[in-house]
Write a protein that binds this ligand. Structure first.
Ligand code: NAD
Length: 354
């Protein structure tokens, strides 16, 4: 029998990622329910994706429905925990968008609820499944990089502040860029090196660019209605002695090597950077060859589409019981780091993990 899926939050990511990817799997799943407080968005999605899903405006009703097996939570961040808990209470598997939760305590509640229900949980840091990061992880795993001691993970968007929805409201979004690009940038170095064992976090946040709204690719915003950070940096030390430096900004007067989220890895045998011109489609390897320092840019032969790869793994997970691409334990650590960055930025102190 096909798995019956309900999607809550039919906004940007609910449509451009979830519905777009789910309709590639209609041989194995059925999209039976759509839920949004704006029901016209569900009606439009039914028409756009040629669905005849039942429309809900109350997520609790959907989560309690016996006609649904799996829930995708695609609503603003502060709603993730309560919606996921309601879905587990209704006995569903859950794909919850990133960040998994706004606090580590909530993330742990979600993990516990998944275990108690015996159901699957994943989150949406699909960025790791692009061509370049996949190639870099392979290089790490086969020992080409040697001992990796430093990774820089960046997403400095010149002018891409999401001016739609609730992104600039702390109450409605849970925070700013750290809750948006942050989860991808924090997850990437940890996933690349299979290392989620954080020792300490020192973070800094800025809200300086909110006062310069002109020229944004995603429309204008109101600086008066903006109480979140637009830029954040963090130094994350790991228990094995490695250090990850993460920088993320919605608006910055800096340029980076490629659009999107990029990383550079320093290892004892070789170093590798993600480079453009497109979205992380090439890697640049620097190492000693025959006593000479060489740098070579390679376009990996194996190509990946992060949206497809991520959803394919989720479909495998709910149909065949495999592990999801993003483990809930990994997503919980990412939320814990975000919380620590905020605390460190506020207090000026380094946050020590136990
Ligand atoms: N994985 C990624 O790369 C990625 C990218 C963008 C956004 N996201 C995440 O997706 C989530 C949504 O972001 P978005 O950009 O789609 O926002 P959005 O504002 O476009 O969509 C959110 C939708 O949720 C609906 N909603 C709000 N409250 C609701 C409620 N109580 N019940 C039902 N529906 C409700 C809104 O009406 C809206 O349609 C956020 O958590 C964000 O972090 C992930």
């Amino acid at each position: 029998m096909k798995k019956r899926i309900g999607v809550i939050g039919i906004g940007e990511i609910g449509t451009t990622k979830h519905l777009t990817q789910l309709v590639r799997h209609l041989d194995e799943v059925e999209i039976v329910a759509l839920c949004d407080i704006l029901p016209e968005r569900c009606e439009k999605a039914n028409a756009d994706f040629k669905l005849s899903a039942k429309i809900y405006t109350d997520y609790k009703e959907l989560c309690a429905s016996p006609d649904v097996d799996v829930i995708h939570v695609c609503t603003p961040n502060p709603l993730h925990c309560e919606m996921t808990l309601a879905a587990f209470a209704g006995g569903k598997d859950v794909y919850c968008e990133k960040p998994l939760a706004c606090t580590y305590a909530d993330a742990l509640k979600m993990l516990d609820a998944a275990k108690a229900a015996g159901k699957k949980l994943t989150s949406g840091t699909q960025w790791r499944y692009n061509t370049a990061p996949m190639a870099m992880k392979k290089m790490y795993e086969n020992g080409e990089l040697g001992d990796v001691y430093y990774i820089r993970s960046s997403q400095l968007r010149p002018r891409r502040l999401p001016a739609y929805g609730v992104y600039t409201s702390k109450e409605l979004n849970g925070g700013g860029v750290l809750m948006d690009g942050g989860p991808h940038s924090i997850d990437l170095p940890m996933w690349l090196t299979n290392n989620y064992d954080v020792a300490t976090v020192r973070g800094v946040t800025f809200d300086k660019m909110k006062d310069f709204p002109e020229g944004n690719d995603l429309g204008p915003w109101d600086p008066e209605n903006f109480d979140v950070e637009d830029t954040a940096m963090a130094m994350i030390t790991m228990k094995n002695g490695a250090m990850f430096y993460v920088e993320t900004a919605w608006v910055s007067n800096m340029q980076q090597e490629a659009p999107g989220i990029i990383a550079s890895i320093a290892g004892t045998k070789a170093g590798v950077d993600m480079v453009g011109p497109g979205f992380e489609d090439a890697v640049r390897v620097t190492k000693m060859v025959d006593g000479k320092l060489t740098t070579e840019t390679i376009s990996p032969a194996e190509k990946y589409n992060m949206w497809e790869y991520d959803m394919d793994r989720w479909i495998d997970c709910i149909i065949r019981g495999t592990e999801p691409a993003v483990l809930p334990e990994q997503a919980a650590v990412v939320t814990r780091v975000i919380e620590a960055i905020y605390k460190s930025a506020e207090t000026g102190e380094t946050i020590v993990f136990d």
